[in-house]
Design a protein around this ligand. Structure first.
Ligand code: JB8
Length: 246
């Protein structure tokens, strides 16, 4: 997978080069190119923003530098099927979910456009539709100062799902949201710690009981912390052995 990120703060994305994703890049599973939007300006001051039409506070990102930056990351004509996905972090975007992360992890190229100020001139989104599969995306119902932090989170969530990036693919199966529920609690040695004990069932060696206990914990946690997820949860879709906990 090729990942392109366009930002006026390219140094913000440096941490993506560390640990998991850094090794994936060394192994050739992921390529990450960060592009400075100011490299696509033509004036001496490398201007990327201007006042908003219609008035109002703040500044808006000019369209032309974005169009030139986005054109620079387009694949060569005919070298791939369909349009590259262009993800535009925005408080006005669709909610980013684990399901979306799985879907995007299948893409050969992802382009991320990090807005700042009051946002990007909307005509860039309209213009980009002919060349990209444009996806405005929000991390949640809160507002950041720009798209960079959201891109960091999304690149990690998506990158770790690319086959081969996470050494033990099994660990992806039982994590929160992988089956519509929150993950169960985990414990390690010592079995007794400051008068807090590991649940007996986990010491029993009875794998059927352990699996059932874990499923029940998932369901109880989800009901307590994220009841909204239960609306979409269907126990009938679980493997038969799992359904006994519900
Ligand atoms: O909260 B966000 O995801 C977000 C994304 C982009 C911009 C641009 C200016 N403020 C932003 C906030």
């Amino acid at each position: 997978m090729r990942i392109d990120v366009i930002s006026i703060f390219p140094e913000y994305l440096q941490p993506l080069g560390l640990s998991l994703l850094g090794k994936a890049r060394q192994d050739g599973l992921l390529s990450l190119e960060v592009h400075d939007l100011r490299d696509f300006t033509t004036d001496r001051h490398r201007t990327v923003d201007d006042t908003p039409y219609g008035g109002g506070a703040g500044m808006v990102m000019k369209p032309e530098p974005w169009a030139q930056a986005l054109e620079s990351v387009l694949p060569v004509e005919g070298t791939r099927e369909g349009k590259p996905v262009l993800i535009v972090p925005s408080p006005a975007g669709a909610r980013f979910t684990q399901a979306m992360a799985y879907e995007l992890a299948e893409e050969p190229q992802l382009v991320f456009a990090c807005g700042r100020y009051e946002g990007i001139d909307e005509r860039v989104i309209d213009w980009a539709q002919e060349r990209f599969d444009v996806r405005p995306v929000s991390l949640g119902d809160y507002v950041l100062n720009g798209g960079e932090v959201a891109v960091m989170a999304m690149v990690e969530a998506i990158g770790r799902l690319v086959p081969g990036v996470v050494g033990n693919a099994e660990s992806l199966v039982e994590e929160s949201h992988s089956d519509g529920l929150l993950e169960y609690p985990v414990y390690t040695k010592p079995s007794s710690w400051r008068d807090h004990e590991v649940p007996e069932v986990l010491l029993s060696g009875n794998h059927g009981k352990i699996a059932q206990w874990r499923r029940h914990q998932q369901y109880a946690r989800t009901a307590a912390r994220r009841p909204d997820l239960l609306a979409d949860f269907d126990a009938a879709k679980l493997p038969r052995a799992d359904r006994e906990a519900f």
